[in-house]
Design a protein around this ligand. Structure first.
Ligand SMILES: Nc1ncnc2c1ncn2[C@@H]1O[C@H](COP(=O)(O)OP(=O)(O)OP(=O)(O)O)[C@@H](O)[C@H]1O
Ligand SMILES: [Mg+2]
Length: 631
């Protein structure tokens, strides 16, 4: 489907969803669907809940976050259970600013964006629909029209509690445009959109000298002031600050603690009383979720300052730590790479995993339990089942350090290192070793790493490297096993032919040249040595095999390589040893023979077809494993 069609569909859909009516028609609507009057916090909570909740071992996983936030299930659970849920039920936390605190690049902005984009979509659904006084720049809640002396009765009839008073602008409009008849005031359905500045606002600090409070609370409109004659006529004021625009929805305060204090004072009454002051008007009621984010250092210095006490007591701090699971970290990198300009570069299998291992290791704190080293902890956190450890142990481990995940290497550093290596070296493919090297080289120039940490991090790079070595060896072996059956049968037949000739003191005939050959003693020994058959015992061993073969033949059964336990073991070991040789030789000789080349090609083909390599990364892998085996 082409993009223009989609845009048109979206427009048409929005057109269909539109609703406009008088306040009295809106009240009829509310009778049927009281949820339309829900508060901003309640709408956010319901949005999160409506995406689905999975209950798994005593924990709730909110699927709303699944798509963009990885490995933070527990932090998200806490966030929902301790903030969104109680706030939705109008408990006191709703009056606090939600302050997300976490280390750099830990996903705070991603989380806020998810909430904002989520709200944009949710207001297009029946459950998330929002209605507002038509023509109001703050999309004011129509229920504010109900005069305060009637609200008690209203609540009895509709079961809805009204909070907040009608804004100065709408108070005036009711008089001038509707002659005081609130039942005629027009109400419309609105759809949140950050671009259109509806229901979603963002404030980020800039130079406090030039930044104006108007950014938050709006300003006098000098073009209309002459028309209305006075600065205190609300029609001569533009209610278009971020706090105004975010009414009914979400207001994001980026880097809140970097903000100049004068901007923050507004939040005191907004959060506590649900209103703020703009221009020369009575207080303006607003209903919005205020979410801010900061890092730990900034937060600490903020609370150390006594002057901030009032504001501090109006915040609820929710940690957003780093993810601590290797497999989830890998997904984070995959996502970041998909969104980057290096997405076309071939990334060899296991590359991101190995980088993730390093990163997670830097984030973990040492356990007090002697039986758990940091690698084990890393595995357990990632859900691996290790002998002697249970889920209970993992839960205990997590409780050992409350600040785990608040420090360490951030995902952006890893992606930056990967991209800079790719760009600098003009690589078309990159592997785990390239990345580890690049991560190591970058540590020197990383601003926020102390010397002690650097030492530790270098150790983690070697640990990750060792893990990779094991993975690499296994990978090549696996690729080899692809042609394993066939190779095993060939090798065994070859061995048996030689054994037969040896026992019968006969010669073998070369199938190609027809030339007569002596039994290949070296080949036979290379197999027998694998299972410790000594030079003295070789004759007996070979004869025993021949006897076995003829016994099979008498019974009309075929002797194959499964028929003799020890021989099978010898063949297997020989094959792996051969693999070692093959790889060794191809890396050390410049002129591999035909057989070796064939084998290498086979392995490369398997790696490409079945394990996600391209031919250059597969060859690199073989070379590397070759060098490992040569050590
Ligand atoms: N747990 C996570 N799940 C998914 N993506 C993550 C996670 N942590 C970090 N990221 C990714 O890392 C990058 C940085 O994240 P983001 O900008 O949200 O962090 P932040 O906490 O706002 O950082 P800063 O403190 O620098 O503002 C983003 O591309 C984000 O997608
Ligand atoms: Mg951010």
């Amino acid at each position: 489907m082409d993009i223009l069609k989609k845009i048109q569909d979206h427009r048409e859909h929005e057109e269909e969803l539109k609703w406009e009516g008088t306040f009295s028609e809106y009240l009829d609507l509310l009778k049927e669907r009281p949820h339309l009057a829900q508060s901003a916090h309640s709408r956010v909570y319901n949005m999160i809940k409506s995406a689905g909740v999975v209950e798994e071992h005593d924990h709730k996983r909110y699927k709303f976050f699944d798509e963009d936030i990885y490995g933070l299930d527990e932090a998200m659970e806490k966030l929902v259970e301790e903030y969104f849920h109680p706030a939705a039920r109008r408990l006191d936390v709703r009056k606090r600013i939600l302050l997300l605190m976490g280390p750099v690049s830990g996903g705070k902005s991603t989380l806020v964006n998810l909430l904002k984009r989520g709200m944009e979509k949710y207001t297009h659904t029946d459950e998330g629909a929002v209605f507002a006084i038509k023509g109001c720049p703050m999309h004011e809640d129509p229920l504010h029209l109900v005069p305060s002396h009637l609200r008690k009765e209203f609540q009895e009839e509709y079961g809805i509690r009204i909070e907040g008073s009608l804004s100065p602008l709408n108070t005036m409009r009711v008089e001038t445009e509707y002659g005081g008849r609130i039942e005629d005031v027009l109400v419309e359905r609105v759809f949140f959109s950050e671009d259109k500045r509806t229901g979603i606002g963002t404030f980020s600090p800039s130079d406090p000298k030039s930044q104006d409070i108007a950014d938050l609370t709006g300003a006098i409109d000098f073009s209309t002031i002459a028309q209305y004659g006075s600065e205190s006529d609300p029609r001569a004021y533009r209610f278009d600050g971020e706090l105004n625009k975010a009414n009914r929805g979400i207001m994001e305060f980026q880097e809140m603690l970097k903000c100049d204090e004068k901007f923050l004072w507004h939040l005191l009454s907004l959060t506590q009383e649900g209103n703020f002051k703009a221009g020369r008007f009575a207080l303006i009621s607003a209903d919005e979720l205020i979410v801010a984010h900061t890092n730990e250092a900034e937060y600490r210095s903020f609370i150390a300052n006594k002057k901030n006490e009032a504001l501090h007591s109006r915040m609820i701090v929710m940690p957003v730590p780093y993810n601590l699971r290797v497999s989830q970290e890998e997904r984070i990198y995959e996502k970041m790479i998909r969104e980057s300009d290096i997405k076309d570069v071939h990334i060899a299998p296991h590359t991101l995993r190995v980088a993730a291992m390093f990163t997670i290791l830097t984030r973990l704190k040492e356990s007090k339990k002697a039986s758990i080293d940091v690698l084990k902890k890393m595995r357990l956190y990632d859900g691996e089942i290790l002998e002697g450890f249970s889920d209970v142990d993992v839960e205990e481990l997590k409780k050992e350090h409350s600040d785990e995940g608040m420090s360490g290497i951030d995902p952006r550093y890893v992606i930056n290192r990967i991209s800079s290596t790719i760009i600098k070296k003009e690589l078309t493919s990159i592997n785990a070793l390239d990345v580890l090297r690049s991560l190591k080289d970058g540590l020197g120039s990383h601003a926020s790493i102390s010397n002690d940490d650097k030492e530790r991090y270098l150790d983690f790079i070697s640990l990750a490297r060792k893990e990779y070595d094991e993975i690499a060896k296994k990978e090549v072996q696996k690729a080899f096993v692809y042609s394993y059956e066939e190779s095993a049968v060939t090798l065994m037949n070859n061995y048996l032919d030689n054994v037969e000739a040896y026992c019968n003191k006969a010669k073998l005939r070369d199938p190609l040249t027809g030339e007569e050959l002596n039994p290949d003693e070296r080949l036979m020994r290379s197999i027998e040595e694998q299972i410790g058959v000594s030079e003295n015992a070789k004759k007996a061993f070979r004869e025993e095999i021949l006897i076995r073969i003829s016994a099979y033949a008498r019974k009309g059964k075929k002797f194959d390589y499964q028929s003799h336990e020890r021989l099978r073991e010898a063949i297997q070991k020989k094959l792996f040893a051969d693999l070692k040789d093959v790889v060794k030789i191809t890396t050390s000789t410049k002129t591999p023979d035909e057989q070796q080349l064939k084998k290498v090609n086979e392995v490369v083909a398997t790696l490409v077809d079945e394990h996600g390599y391209n031919s250059s990364s597969a060859n690199e892998l073989l070379k590397y494993v070759g060098s490992l085996l040569n050590r």
